[in-house]
Design a protein around this ligand. Sequence first.
Ligand SMILES: [Zn+2]
Length: 178
Amino acid sequence: MSFLESIHCQFELSQEDSLQEISKISKIRMKHEWEFVRIFHSKEEAAEYIKLEDQFTFYYRNYTQIDGRKQIYRCKNTYHRKITCHASIQLIFNNDSNEVTMWKSKYDHTHNDKKRGLMNKEKDLIRRWYSQNIKEPKAIIREFRKVQEEVPMRSQIISFLSQHKKNLKVHAESIWVS
Ligand SMILES: [Zn+2]
């Protein structure tokens, strides 16, 4: 079944359920386990977003009286490469409009993918440490160990450092000229 076909899959709502009641309970429950990410105005928009982001893959669909109809996606590394990662997202389909809300699990990516690039927050950390005079890859790796479980590869740190130095130099020269 294609992604779009699966996203179009229909679910039936039990007659007894009050929609308002469902959304009220759903909001309370969501707060604890899932973090709200964004809202889409159609199923197609949600599907397109997930496709472009290219991080998650369809896992299963579900219907519960509390949450309504929803689809769960897992980190695609878990799926394709059999690596354990707890990062997941879910789409919840509003019962009385086309709106779809996207939620992410409280777990960040935990897969140990050495081929991945540096994440933006890791780049920020390196820039910050660099400004605090922590400039050697070895020292940077030591700092990473203090703040996160998965440490980026040394080669990635080295290549980012050289790029960062170049940027700083260009920046300094432009200040000098002006
Ligand atoms: Zn992952």
